[in-house]
Structures are given as C-alpha cells and as structure tokens.
Write a new protein. Structure first.
Lengths: 350, 350
C-alpha cells in the first residue's frame, strides 16, 4: 500500500523527552567497573557512543527512575510543547520493550499521572521500531477519523537488565556491549488532525515484518538483575547478523519509504537515521544514498534509547524545519527483523 | 464518541482457538498439591471454576507449550475457519499479558510460523481487556481503510508464574486463587471489510481507561518461577476491590456500549460476560440487566484465559447466530481499571 490519498492530514503538534540523571560517560563506566584504558579505547573505536543516561545509579545500584516516572515527564513536556491539555487527548499509544510491569500497563499509569482518563490507552510491546509502529497506528487511527488528538509515548529503561555490582571483565562481550550501547529515556509527541501553525505534517509512517527465513537478531528475556542475579544472560544479540544486515535493511526501508511517498532522494533535507550505536549509525548513513541531506542523530551523546529514539531526533528537528522542508526517519529492529520508516514535511507558507 | 456512521463494515470471517493438554480439574490440583477435601469444597463454592488447561505439566514441571506454540495453532485455525490464506493478511494485531519474551514480540514469531510476511505486526501488552483493545484497534484500522483483512490474536500462558513443586498450603491465599482462576489458551480471529456470507458484523468495540483515583486492582511482575523461585510473589490482586468493583463496572460498560450503539437491552440475544471466575461471572451476569439474553460463557470449564477470552466465546457464538441476532461482550480489567465492550450483529438475509 502506498500513502493514502484520502483521509485527514496528521500534524506533529509537539514533542517532549525525558532522560534520567546526568550523562554517564565511557570514562565513568570504565572507572566504575575498573576496566583498563585499552578497554575504553576499544569502546570509543568500535562502539563510538560516548555517553548515555541510566535509570539506575551505578554507585548505589538503586533504580532512580521507573519508565512511568520518565514517561510522565516526557508526556507533560509534549503536551506543554503542543499547547494541548490532557483533557483534549482522545487516545494514547505507547511503545516499549521494557514496561515497568506486565500489568498494569505503563501507559495506563502514565495516563493516570498526567490526568488523561476515559479514553483508550494502548501499549505496544516492541523493540527499536516500536516508536515507528506507534506513529503508524496513530497516523492510521487519526486519518480514519477514529480520533482527533493523540498522545504517543515511547521509551525504555534498562535498569532491570543492569548489574552495577558485576565483575565486568568476566561478563560475556555481548553483555558488555549491551551495557554500553543502550541508554535510558522516554519521548512523547502530540499528533492531531487539527492544523497546527508552524508544525510539520507526519506524511507517512510504516513498518514491515521482514524476518521470514531469518533467525532473531535480538532476544530479551523477562527477568532482570533483581531476580536473575548473574545466573542468566538477560538479553542476547547476534551482533554479526546485525552488523551485516542492519545497514542494507535500512537502505531497503528508505527505498520503500521514498517509493510509497513518490519522493526523490534529492528532496530529503534531513535524515533521522537508526541509532544502534554511534559507529553503526555512521555505517548506516553511508548506505543511505541521500546526498543533500543532513543527519539528525543523538546516539553519540545519549546512546540507543530504543522506543524513544525518534522523539529525541524530532526534538532537534522541529525547530530547524523551514517551509517545504522534508525529513525521513529510518528504524530497524533486529529482534525478528522489522524495517520501518517515517516522513515529515513542513507545509509551505500560504 | 459513538459508533461511526461512515467507514466500511467489519466482518468476523473466522475464529480459531488453542488449549494446551487435557483439562486440569480441581480434583487434579487438590491431589497434586495434597490439599484436603475441605479445600476443594471451598474452591468449588467460592471460585466455581471446575477445570482449566495449563501450558505447564504439573507432574514434571516442564512447560509443554509456549505462547507462540498455542498462537500458531489458533492462528492457523482462524485462517482455515475463515477460508483466508496467510498471504491475504494485511496486518496482525495481538494482545497478551504474558509474552514469551520481551523481544522478539510473540506476534512476530507466530506470523513467521504461519507464513505472514511483509506486513505490520503489532503486539499489545494488556490484561483482561486486551482482546477488546485489539478488536477496537483493528476495527478502526479496517474502517479507516488502512487495511482490508486482519488477523487478531490474543492469549496468555501462566507457565512462568506456575510453581508445580510449591508447598501449596504455605502459599498466600491470593496466589492460590490465581493458580485456580487462570487457565492457559490462545484465540484468534480473521476480521475483514470484504462481506462474508453468514458471518456477523463487528458492529462496535471500545475500551476506556477508568482508573483515575483508583489503586491498581492487579499487578503482574516480570519474573516467573524460572528465576524467582519462591522468593517473590509473581502477581498480586486486590480481590476485595475486584469483588466490589468489577460487576458494577461491567454494568457501566454495558450501559455505555448500548448507548453508543443506540440498542435497547431487549434487542440483545446473546451476552458474552467477563470470565474472571465462574462465581464472579454469575455475579456479574446478575448485574447486567439483559432479560431476554442467553449467556455464552466458558469460564467453568477453561477458567479465565485472559487475552483469549472473547475468542473462546465467539467460537461458541458464531454457529448459533441467526439473521438479525445481536450479541454483546463485556470485559473488565482490574490492573489499572479498564472497561470494555463489543457488539456483533448477524446481517438479516437479503
């Protein structure tokens, strides 16, 4: 399916984000775990991510922020940025891989805190393409006329999977890598069909399961440090598959997105690339043939924030957009392999 | 919002379900845990549920079926019942409180197994109203024209929360109750806008978060027996709040549903009530003022199957429907309190 020609236009009314605590640098992590200088040099070279924010305090081992805590801040920020009251929200769509509980949903707790009531609240269980899935569902619900104003929220916290007291040198390499590439954070946006002066249109968002015949590239288990201790590996990745597959899959996602939009590559002013790690983002950008575009990336400073990624990028993008500017975002999920993309356009002035 | 007057009609093309293993009766459970006769009498009286199916073998402690395993069977059943090929599915929407992993999503694994590829796959993290939320989203996506044919899936397995080797007499009462009221199972349905001869229309589905000012009635934690052992309680319920709140909230859900449909209570031929426990279902039915209606309930034989509930009820309902028959389903989620309802109507013959 291409971009529907009928249906209402969907505007991005506002964006909000939340990061826990101060940035935790590679130097901080090396010092905490007593890792040698050569280790940090290796991290800088092969991962490239320089810092991230964590919802767990490495010093005390205490969880400083729940996903609900961060979600409340991001949701309030998006509502304020949009100039929309909680009572005007018709539906809430959240996405996360790491909910605070299996029940109640984190979205219902966030909605309760910000004063949204009496409306449907949905929470997607999803990996790195989850935010685009949430944008896609919300776009389709708004276009179809089911709702007028929606709050979308996405984010992750790895606190349940972080082990501040582990002997890092004894931990498998892939677990070390996970601890370095991911950063905690939540983002939110208000989307609506009411025209919003100076705000971009969400032209299109789509996600596609493309895992047929592929083994999962990432598996995240239920349990976390609170109960698993060091007995089990909380998450596992096939980094080799990710390294070889993610960049071409991102290029494929871009190709499909531009095709469905009937946009030329030359018309794209900004590219919001995947944020797996700073090194992988650079590698992926080199696969995306967008000669005149400027990348909007946060991965070097805040890491891979999972379901929050696009909101942190949109937060930078929105103030830069000039009338007629077009932007595309690409996200790839290694779990069972989902490719996704979204596009925005700043309306030309009348 | 009321029922949209525009948009396509959504038909229920087919339903499929899956239950693990043979039924496990209260006698089986009493014998396994060495509980006295008086305990079983208490269960029969105050819970009323007589049997359920479990994805864990009480004798060996081994998990016999994953949620993916059951989901595959239910999905294949729904496709066969609908006469629809996997390749004709445009979108998949699943709901569960108990996914096999945090990533990949269980829906993407089920889609992979049944041969659905290249389409969006969504998984809601949800409690007992999850199936209605999935029906609601799918209905809105289909009506809005985003898709033509959808597969919806819902189910739960409590295997991660079951402790076959526990000393049951030492377990808190609410944990005992959880072990008795829940049953494992998955259901699925094919919904589509193509007219389907002899199949009902999903007239309306809606869910509303109504937890403002209420403490959560149910909390389910991430961890299960595999890692938690007996250290922690895997789930907690406020059964007193559920007992006093669920039945009136169900009546409220019915009132809102009929109002949005402009249906009279006398026009409802079948009622698909909540399935918390056999006793609570009876209690709730007495609160639902539907004098001429016949209840369609499975709770006594299969327990509370969570996100699978409506599919097991629809499986019984569909063959009974005569032209012009109307049915309503009600579901209440105690977690952060969501009320939901849905309505079906068999088209009158031409």
């Amino acid at each position: 399916m291409g971009v529907p020609l009928n249906g209402a236009q969907v505007f991005v009314h506002g964006v909000g984000t939340a990061l826990p605590g101060p940035p935790v640098t590679n130097e901080d992590i090396a010092a905490h775990y007593g890792m040698p200088t050569v280790w940090r040099q290796w991290v800088d070279e092969f991962i490239g991510t320089r810092s991230r924010h964590l919802a767990v305090d490495l010093g005390t081992g205490k969880t400083s922020h729940s996903l609900t805590d961060l979600g409340e801040i991001a949701a309030r920020g998006a509502l304020a940025n949009a100039g929309v009251a909680a009572g005007d929200i018709d539906v809430v769509v959240m996405s996360t891989a790491t909910p605070d509980h299996l029940a109640p949903s984190t979205v219902s707790r966030i909605a309760g805190r910000v004063g949204i009531a009496g409306v449907p609240v949905y929470q997607l269980q999803s990996g790195c393409t989850g935010a685009v899935q949430a944008l896609e569902i919300t776009q389709d619900l708004l276009r179809g006329g089911a709702y007028r104003t929606a709050l979308v929220i996405g984010g992750d916290t790895s606190a349940k999977h972080t082990s501040p007291d582990v002997d890092a040198a004894s931990v498998p390499l892939e677990v070390q890598v996970n601890g370095l590439i991911f950063g905690d954070g939540v983002g939110a946006a208000v989307l609506g069909t009411a025209p919003a002066e100076g705000r971009p249109v969400l032209t299109h968002a789509h996600s596609r399961l493309v895992g047929a015949g592929r083994a999962p590239g990432q598996t995240v288990y239920w349990f976390g440090r609170a109960v698993s201790g060091e007995d089990g590996v909380p998450a596992s990745e096939d980094f080799k598959a990710i390294e070889t597959t993610a960049a071409p899959m991102a290029a494929d996602a871009l190709k499909h997105l531009l095709h469905e939009l009937s946009w030329d590559a030359e018309q794209v002013r900004y590219i919001l690339p995947p944020q797996l790690s700073a090194r992988m983002t650079d590698r992926t950008l080199s696969h995306l043939a967008l000669p005149g575009s400027e990348p909007i990336s946060r991965v070097t400073e805040i890491g891979n924030t999972g379901n929050a990624i696009p909101y942190f990028q949109l937060e930078l993008l929105l103030p830069r957009l000039n009338p007629g500017d077009r932007a595309v975002g690409i996200s790839i999920e290694a779990s069972k392999w989902i490719r996704s993309g979204y596009a925005l356009e700043q309306p030309a002035t009348a």
